[in-house]
Write a protein that binds this ligand. Sequence first.
Ligand code: 7TS
Length: 411
Amino acid sequence: MHLTEIPPAKSPYREDFPIFSSPGNENLVYLDSAATSQKPASVISAVSSFEEEFNSNVHRGIYPLSQKATDAFEASREKFRSFVNAASPEEIVFVRGATEALNIISLSLGLHSLKEGDEVLTTVMEHHSNIVPWQMLSWKGVKVKFAGLDSSGRLDMDDFMEKLSGRTRVVSVSHVSNVLGTVNNIREIGRIAHDNGSLFIVDAAQSVPHMPVDVRQIDCDLMAVSGHKMCAPTGIGVLYGKAELLGRMEPVFGGGEMISEVKQSGSSWAELPYKFEAGTQNISGAIGLGAAVDYLRGIGMEKIEAYDRSLVSYAMERMSEHPDIEIYGPRDPEERSGLISFNLKGVHGHDVAEILGREGVATRSGHHCAQPLMNWLEQPSTTRASFYLYNGRDDVDALMRAIDRVRKVFA
Ligand code: 7TS
């Protein structure tokens, strides 16, 4: 799809998602996919067929049922590996989500590698899950620095360079902002980080669901992904890491599955990726994630990216005709992903989202777990409409009608 193309009146993918045909939801306008996406029938049936037909624990039994579960579980790992072009399945660790991935990374580095005076450089546009785990290392004397933004909500590279120092051991940046939709030039940021001798970590929670992401092209050392934002169930995500690095990193959760040998005198760790997967994994979630990868790849990530962008272009065009709407983030749809944060002049974001909700339009308002960004915007909150492949022009039009309704209520 070309950029200037307008999205179809109704999404051709909507019927793949049973939620939109479940009683009462036929007219649901779901614009909260940045919080969590809906799930296609193929994912729901992959999960239920595991639970109904071959539920058993993985890697533990040698009976056929357990073998089948293990095969499906490991097939999902391979699907995800191929999806992000990781070098080997050892580099794909199943975790609960992006938050857990970032906490495992910060804990492991904090406990075993970072020293007093070391610095972590992140940005003002991060989700709290890429801020707080780093701040939690303050007991060790690790400092967190924040690169600022320019007036359009892009990363200010001059400020980034100023904050980067010989003490910057870690650069951890989101690929896509969950509030501004800004797509960061992470290849360039990664190159700068590596030239500085820093580890480069990418929070890809908002990018992997919406665009092709190739970890070898980005050359990130570690990356965090949430499955539930990319059509998979909640409670499953991926910590990607270069094998050589994960091999050197220490696990932070101990227990079953992650050991090679346990003796009274001490234990040794299992090989990758199991070293980081203590306890019984979310097997059904991982199988659902594999089905989600199949679904998204069946359509094609380039196509999904272009489709999202056509929705955002159309929505930005409609919104900019409205004199009372202030949009945050880059103006050029080429520089942003599939979401728009906005405020309606003189109306609090919560009032906007509440009335939109009553009109059948699901959006989200508040600080979106990005309070430093809200301070930068000098706004207590914004309303966010976030799009995905099951949205069409009809959903944007419904949003605009509902915004008119808010305006009337607060006239
Ligand atoms: N990083 C970014 C950029 C995010 O947008 C989110 C979740 C996370 C990390 C954490 O992901 P989790 O799956 O571990 O919770 N963002 C949002 C949001 O924008 N609204 O609800 C959750």
